[in-house]
Write a protein of this length. Structure first.
Length: 404
């Protein structure tokens, strides 16, 4: 059905099918319903982003409500106001006639008012002998009464999103401050590391914030900063562990040089039970610190892994690990190589590694050999997931920009 000029019980006016449906919904108002007109107006103001309204349109709505003589919009009451354009312009802060007509159209399209046109297209009221209004032609405020509950829910939704937006911005500020403090401390103390690359990643993440406006884009920026902070902490922890290991080795050598007592405990290695039932391999795995990154960030960097999930979507870490097992088989990675990766970096990070390899599979000759090499580097403390994930995130971001 095409839009056009149609005759309805609400008057004759060019309208769309959606407007006709909205008018019929408005006609069915709960009996005895009543609502404060200014409460509805405040809810509409709060929900303006969801309704697609601008400030001028809300000013026009305020002016229309001011012509309704009572405070409450009530069922069975005359909800039609009929001010002239000059009167509306005066109460809407003197906006131009063209702007007034544009914003009246916006309010109509948003379903907040309806036109109730007279035969000659003018706005007026016909009164009975007792002074009561028999018929009125102008703008009906009935949609505000009919949709008062819906508008209240929309206002709450916007308020909740604004609250979450504020929390994300606060976390972004704190995370940026943490990264700066950690980097400054590392550079001042002369901690070895590629801090120039970290600075480059940091500036790139901060630059993304300038164009981020929505909750989703700001959350993505926060994820990038959290990942970078985890990587900086990981670099510092590896350095501290390395320094501690060197210190311990020096202490042990000094102790052996200065000791004149030969002890059986010193000269003979203890069994696994004497060491608390842990084998050397288990002790080695415990010393490896590999952070688990936010799942949402992993999925943005490696969207292909979702194709291997049972439901076609990854809802949690368990889903990711299950999908990684399937992808591991498809990539030709042997179970023993994957199991070794799980033992060294943990099952979650092993699944992330497979997802990263899957994303770049066409550039890798042997996925199994590549995973084995990364696992050995991680065991020696020479590899971290952070840079790999950040590189993939950059590729996905660049691809999205080119596509748009």
């Amino acid at each position: 059905m095409q839009s056009g000029s149609v005759t309805t019980p609400f008057g004759r006016r060019s309208m769309t099918l959606a407007l006709v449906k909205n008018q019929f919904k408005t006609a069915d108002i709960t009996r005895g319903k009543s609502v404060d007109k200014w409460k509805v107006y405040r809810d509409a103001c709060e929900a303006r982003s969801l309704l697609g309204l601008r400030d001028r349109a809300l000013a026009v709505l305020h002016a229309l409500l001011s012509f309704y003589p009572e405070t409450d919009l009530r069922d069975k009451a005359n909800l039609i106001v009929f001010p002239s354009n000059a009167q509306l312009t005066s109460r809407a802060n003197g906006i131009a006639g063209t702007t007034l007509r544009e914003n009246l159209a916006l309010l109509t399209q948003a379903g907040l008012i309806h036109r109730n046109d007279s035969p000659n297209g003018k706005r007026y009221a016909r009164k009975a002998r007792d002074g009561s209004i028999e018929a009125a032609y102008g703008f009906s405020l009935a949609p505000l009464l009919a949709r008062s509950g819906e508008l209240a829910l929309l206002a709450q939704q916007v308020a909740e999103e604004n609250r979450r937006l504020k929390l994300v911005k606060e976390r972004i500020t704190i995370t940026r401050r943490d990264i700066r403090k950690l980097m400054s401390a590392a550079i001042e103390e002369g901690v070895p590391g590629n801090w120039e690359m970290v600075e480059t990643y940091y500036l790139a993440a901060v630059s993304e914030l300038r164009s981020a406006r929505t909750l989703q884009t700001l959350t993505e920026c926060l994820d990038d900063l959290v990942l970078l902070r985890s990587e900086v902490i990981n670099m510092l922890e590896r350095q501290i562990i390395s320094e501690k290991s060197v210190t311990n080795d020096n202490d042990i050598r000094q102790h052996k040089q200065n000791s004149n007592t030969e002890s059986i405990i010193e000269s003979e290695p203890g069994s696994g039970k004497e060491l608390g039932g842990s084998s050397g391999a288990n002790i080695e795995r415990r010393t490896i610190q590999a952070p688990t990154f936010p799942l949402g960030m992993v999925l943005r960097a490696c969207p292909e892994i979702a194709m291997y999930a049972q439901t076609g979507a990854v809802a949690g870490w368990r889903d990711l690990m299950t999908a990684a097992v399937v992808a591991r088989s498809a990539l030709g990675i042997s179970p023993s190589v994957y199991q070794h990766a799980c033992e060294i970096v943990g099952p979650e990070n092993a699944a992330v590694l497979v997802a990263c390899i899957l994303e770049r599979a066409e550039h890798i000759n042997s996925a199994g050999a590549y995973l084995r090499d990364l696992t050995e580097k991680a065991r020696r403390g020479e590899f971290s997931l952070g840079p790999m994930l950040m590189a993939l995130l950059r590729l996905q971001s660049d691809g999205t920009r080119q596509a748009s």
